[in-house]
Design a protein around this ligand. Sequence first.
Ligand SMILES: [Fe+2]
Length: 344
Amino acid sequence: MAGRGAPDRPVPGDTRPLVLVVEDDVANRTLLERLLEREGYRTQAAGDGEAALLAAGEHGPDLILLDIGLPGLDGYEVTRRLRSHIRTLTVPIILLTGRTGLDDVVEGLDAGADDFLSKPFRQPELLARIRSALRLRQALARMDAAHAAVAALANAVEAKDPSTEHHCQRLANLAARLGTQAGLEAADLEAVAYGALLHDVGKIGVPESILTKQGPLNATEWEVMRSHPEIGARICEPLSAAGAFGPIVRHHHERWDGHGYPDGLKGEAIPLGARIVALVDAFDAMTHDRPYRRALSVDHALRELWTEAGTQFDRALVPLFALELGHEEARLSDLPPSALLATA
Ligand SMILES: [Fe+2]
């Protein structure tokens, strides 16, 4: 068993979750430690708030069981202090208390605790809540890792083609805004944002001599350039969320009329996320300077989108995008006839 006054150091390589038990009553503390160790957890123990803060800082527990009625710093104050340090900002905290009033629960949750359990607790309930809190922590850790991987890939693309600096971040933002207008749910919005961020990741596989060539590409160079959506989808495959956004990466150069690439998909056969990214990609490219031309105004770029609504772009998305940008009137008199058809 891990010690009390001077806890044993965790054994290196021991991957069992570490639970810090903070309880001033020796009998209760011992009971909790034995129960947890029997269930396969490692434990550290502390008998007051100060010792709890020291142990949490030193050992980085995976979860803290924290009695509220401690001598000195009480459980609420310990919770607040744990939440104010980066090392313990996200560690799950389950408060244990004999008090069951609503005010106590509210104060505990406001202090930053994740859960609340009344004493005397039932062992199966305590263990179930610990399992639940640890599952949530693991899921959050996986999401953090996924976000970091996506951000690193997006940075890699922009590093290779500096003319697109910040283009991917802007695109993620615009795509999420248009996706919201299109009524996407939260999970689909996240996929669209990831897809936008990584849409050109396949350019990592395109030689810089082609990416940054001054002047038009020849037929062979175009063929290489046009392979970037397929390369990108392959690069994304190992990411756990790629099932949701990989198709966006693959199909972001498809056209509504079926004349795009790589698969020549047409109309609604093109994933909605890819149609969204195609539209905001074109808009962002038009409204920012490129080596070969100056940026167009927002009005001018929107008129270009209207012109291509129903041929290059999903005609239902163009008015939604104009609405999102606050150009809902879009000076109808200035619009080409195809735009008026698109609003019908
Ligand atoms: Fe692209």
